[in-house]
Design a protein around this ligand. Structure first.
Ligand code: SF4
Length: 348
């Protein structure tokens, strides 16, 4: 009979193979008594939602260098935080990051609650982040289930129910394995296993500490798991972005409303995004349409943005938006889709 997987086997593997992360306190340092900083763990977990470790690292370094504590972040200007987040996507996370930092600073004396329930009471922290921070920062035996963990559990148990239907059963499986000893290291160990060995394609089962108890390895089904229900095709929406430049070099920009897609971010004035966008320029000018579109894919749709450019005189007042003069304008403050439009205009 196949033996059951044990947390200890994975922890032994983690002790030898833990990935280095800017926010992580590795197993050797943990043994010496170094504790993770909850602020850094929380920030990394928020940044990592829907985003890869490689993409997050430089943003994490920038944020923690500029705002080293949660109190520093709470005191930051909204616009500075949104600009620093530009390019990382899913901008609601940046607004929630600020809300949460301010709640910790104002209502909790700058100290993060140290339980899952306490963390869940903060704005912008959902069940996943609460469990991850409670486990990693405070060594609480919480079950942390991300995409990596789901994949590892589905394979370990040769579970063929497709996602998302399988989520509750995969969570139960993960909970059954979560140890009371070193739960923080264990949570990170499963994530590391999923990211480096039990990868979506071509898992490296020969190197896996759980190969013996793995049911999918025995059945030869690892590469097929986890099964997923077919995704709906994404619709395509159309829009227009207006890039007006004043003769002194200032660009016409508009901050997007807090609610909705790219909420709170700086961007080019534009039309709504839909089937037939209305041509409604933000300033009177000779508009020129660029031959290429800015294309971008969001979670639920593809966007094709017609880019129009114009040069306007100093005394022309905009109907919408404000001119931002050159030293204050940095393309890196723009979300990716807006930067794509800028790159097209700049190259034209
Ligand atoms: S043996 Fe292979 S499929 Fe099973 S957990 Fe390890 S890497 Fe994943």
């Amino acid at each position: 009979m196949r033996e059951s997987a044990s947390a200890q086997e994975l922890l032994d593997w983690y002790d030898r193979n833990a990935r280095r992360m800017p926010w992580r306190v590795g197993p050797d340092a943990r043994r010496l008594g170094v504790r993770p900083d909850p602020y850094r763990i929380w920030m990394s977990e928020v940044m990592l939602q829907q985003t890869t470790v490689a993409a997050v690292k430089s943003y994490f370094e920038t944020f923690t260098a500029r705002w080293p504590t949660v109190v520093d972040l709470a005191a930051a200007e909204d616009a500075d935080v949104m600009a620093a987040w530009a390019g990382l996507g899913y901008y609601a996370r940046a607004r929630n990051l600020l809300k949460c930092a301010r709640a910790v600073a104002n209502d909790h004396g700058g100290v993060f609650p140290d339980t899952r329930e306490g963390l869940l009471s903060l704005p912008g922290i959902g069940p996943y982040t609460a469990a991850a921070v409670a486990a990693i920062a405070f060594d609480r035996p919480e079950t942390v289930v991300d995409g990596n963990v789901e994949r590892v559990m589905a394979r370990l148990h040769d579970e063929h129910t497709p996602l998302p239907t399988a989520k509750p059963v995969l969570t139960e499986m993960a909970a059954a394995l979560t140890p009371q000893e070193r739960p923080g290291d264990y949570a990170q160990a499963v994530m590391d296993l999923g990211a480096t060995i039990c990868t979506p394609r071509k898992p490296a089962c020969g190197l896996c500490p759980w190969r013996k108890p793995c049911a999918a390895w025995e059945a030869g089904t690892a590469a097929e798991l986890p099964r997923k229900l077919p995704k709906k095709r994404k619709p395509t929406r159309l829009g227009i972005a207006y890039l007006a430049r004043r003769v002194d070099g200032a660009w016409l920009l508009e901050r997007r409303p807090d609610k909705g897609l790219l909420g709170g971010m700086l961007g080019w004035p534009g039309s709504d995004w839909g089937d037939a966008p209305q041509d409604d320029p933000p300033i009177r000018a000779e508009w020129r349409e660029l031959p290429a579109e800015a294309r971008h894919t969001f979670t639920h749709f593809h966007l094709r943005l017609t880019v129009k450019t114009a040069l306007v005189p100093m005394d022309r007042a905009p109907i919408r938006g404000d001119f931002v003069e050159l030293p204050d304008f940095s393309p890196s403050d723009l979300p990716t889709v807006m930067r794509k439009a800028f790159d097209l205009a700049k190259d034209s």
